[in-house]
Design a protein around this ligand. Structure first.
Ligand SMILES: [Zn+2]
Length: 288
């Protein structure tokens, strides 16, 4: 199949409605250039999220395998598992190098951009498997109701909110009891997962999808309580991510269609994510 379609009908890049390649606006969602110059069939083949889910899974898996291999080859001790989520863990040093966040990297080393890079790193086999399964389950539905661009925005801002929450709480309230403490070192996409749940709840409220909203509340509550009971879980990362996703989805009202500028913002989010990991490595190897 041709990469670019020049005649006939094509799915709107935002909502998937069939439009003519030559249409200036989508008659369903109002997006301008709905065929994206004829490239929309190629992109929509990846599903409503335009390939964001496989991108997250591949990027996280590559970083996880790399961090494990690097730890092994450098002869570094793997982090001691606090629970079953941390089995097959990369070393703490390598996770720090690649962009783990928390009060130590941010406040002791000035690595503030790690509030984003940390969401792309994982500390154990089950940690990454569980997070990726949740994202695969939640993200396509969010892409359908918010649009692919706004999915990326919600995901990224939730990840940042989770990283900021746990870092700030850890730095300013170090004496909280175990599960209520912020993390001095934190990694993982679960803040973003909680953000996606927050977005589903917001969709339930705004669009009257009460069943979806209630299910998302129940899932978020169960997952949160699980986190409180399990050792080594960053509960402030979860809570911050949830609030971030809920708030972002409130601003990006799902009753209004996605616009072209949301895609531009989304591209910016992906670029910043990539830069945050690169900045972590470059900063760690900078000459002192
Ligand atoms: Zn449309």
């Amino acid at each position: 199949m041709a990469l670019r379609k020049k005649t006939g009908s094509t799915p709107c890049i935002g909502c998937g409605q069939l439009v003519a390649v030559t249409d200036k606006t989508c008659f369903r969602c109002g997006r301008r250039l709905p065929s994206l110059y004829g490239f929309s069939p190629t992109l929509r083949k990846w599903g409503p999220d335009l390939g964001f889910v496989p991108l997250v899974i591949v990027a996280c898996a590559l970083l996880y395998v790399f961090s494990l291999a690097f730890s092994f080859l450098a002869g570094l001790e793997p982090a001691r598992p606090a629970g079953f989520l941390q089995v097959l863990a990369p070393s703490t040093e390598v996770l720090f190098l690649l962009g783990a966040t928390g009060s130590i990297p941010v406040f002791e080393y000035g690595r503030w951009w790690t509030v984003l890079s940390s969401a792309w790193l994982h500390g154990g086999l089950l940690h990454i498997v569980f997070n990726m399964l949740w994202i695969r389950m939640l993200a396509p539905g969010i892409a359908q109701v918010f649009g692919p661009g706004r999915l990326v925005i919600i995901y990224t801002l939730s990840a940042i909110a989770g990283g900021v929450a746990t870092t700030v709480v850890s730095a300013h309230f170090p004496d909280l009891p175990g599960p209520l403490r912020g993390a001095s070192l934190s990694i993982g996409a679960s803040g973003a997962v909680f953000g996606l749940l927050g977005a589903v709840i917001q969709y339930g409220k705004k669009a009257g999808a009460h069943v979806a909203g209630q299910q998302a509340w129940a899932l978020a509550a169960v997952l949160f309580v699980f986190g409180l009971l399990m050792p080594g879980v960053d509960n402030w990362g979860h809570l911050g991510g949830f609030v971030g996703g809920y708030g972002t989805a409130w601003v990006l009202d799902p009753r209004r269609p996605e616009r072209g500028y949301h895609m531009v913002f989304a591209a910016g989010c992906l670029l910043l994510s990539l830069l945050s990991v690169i900045a972590s490595v470059v900063h760690a190897y900078r000459p002192l």
